[in-house]
Design a protein around this ligand. Structure first.
Ligand SMILES: [Zn+2]
Length: 78
């Protein structure tokens, strides 16, 4: 596996949807390529943050309303 391929399949890895065979060569590459390993850790961290924030924000409708009304052209419609 080369660096380009690693970045192509990184989302399969973070979603735990990578096939065993691919996963082995993916991990092998990470062991030998610090820049890719770093990139993957960064991607994982961002995804974790986004997911946490999304699940927290699914509840309050008041927040959504506040965001919508902050747009002047939307306020006219409401
Ligand atoms: Zn690499």
């Amino acid at each position: 596996m080369d660096c380009r391929k690693v970045r192509e399949v990184v989302f399969l890895y973070t979603d735990n949807e990578m096939e065993e065979e691919l996963l082995i060569s993916f991990r092998e590459h990470m062991d030998h390529c610090p820049p890719c390993a770093q990139e993957i850790h960064r991607t994982e961290r961002i995804l974790r943050l986004v997911r946490r924030r999304c699940s927290r924000q699914s509840a309050p409708a008041s927040l959504r309303e506040r965001i919508l009304t902050s747009f002047p052209h939307r306020r006219k419609l409401l």
